[in-house]
Design a protein around this ligand. Sequence first.
Ligand code: ATP
Ligand code: ZN
Ligand code: MG
Length: 302
Amino acid sequence: MDMQTSFLDRLFESGLLIDTGVDGLYGRSGQFEDVITAFERLIDKFGGADGAEAMRFPPGMNRALFEKSGYMKSFPQLAGTVHSFCGSELDHMNLLQCMEVGDDWTEGQQATDIVLTPAACYPLYPTIAKRGNLPAKGGLFDLQSYCFRHEPSKDPARQQLFRMREYVCMGTESHVTDFRQRWMDRGVEMMKQVGLKVVIDVANDPFFGRGGKMMVNNQRDQNLKFELLIPITSAAKPTACMSFNYHQDSFGLKWDLNLEDGSVAHTACVGFGLERIALALFHHHGLDVTEWPANVRKTLWG
Ligand code: ATP
Ligand code: ZN
Ligand code: MG
């Protein structure tokens, strides 16, 4: 049995994660949720004075806006769409017949107006663009959402439905890159306060296909994405628990996000993988939170 399976098995045995029969789709115990709640309080403590506008979207987003985002160009392999039965009574009888004999009953399902949210910030950009030009101080937003990515895995840190807490900044190039740097420094400090050793490294998104290679190279060459990495299931390949993305003016152009003077906004977002952070804590300090180092418990629960 490899290491990944055994950490997942220990999480199941302890009840922290609850097996649903699908890789990457787990229930969470009250204790697991309590760690996430406590860590989110720590995020609030570090970010609270910045005056971000909080918004919470459900884990599904407007399909038309998702199409406009270009997600299917870059990450078709990860997307999840919501389909429903929209047929007649006769179609219904055929559907039940299909299920009865074990045929594919999903063929007749039709796409709804909703797709699963791939990252917490996706519903934000069109929402803010609708308001008109940004105010002189730019925009700063606090988001949290369940996100879906079709990447089934035995690695408990790679889930298909997981929560992302994000801060998103809109403004001039220097405004948003300062924001990103501030959160890299804060991320390192926060993890230190909960007893986790981290490294920060340049990274890339998994752009699909041969054309994606160019996007990957461009993203890395221009330092557009950094990750804060913590070993969870592998010491050799530590896991991204935070990411720090600078989109230049690409989202500003796409969504028509403009500054007070009408120039195109630059944007950056900082994401916390909440399940990954909880798993890093359980991995490093043990599955029993009462045994965690006193200073870590104090940081999280006062
Ligand atoms: P990875 O390289 O590990 O796939 P990513 O680059 O896809 O991560 P982002 O797209 O930047 O990650 O998402 C923001 C944050 O959400 C990540 O830093 C990570 O903490 C978390 N995250 C991403 N994918 C998953 C997943 N499948 N399960 C749990 N958390 C995830
Ligand atoms: Zn984002
Ligand atoms: Mg990924």
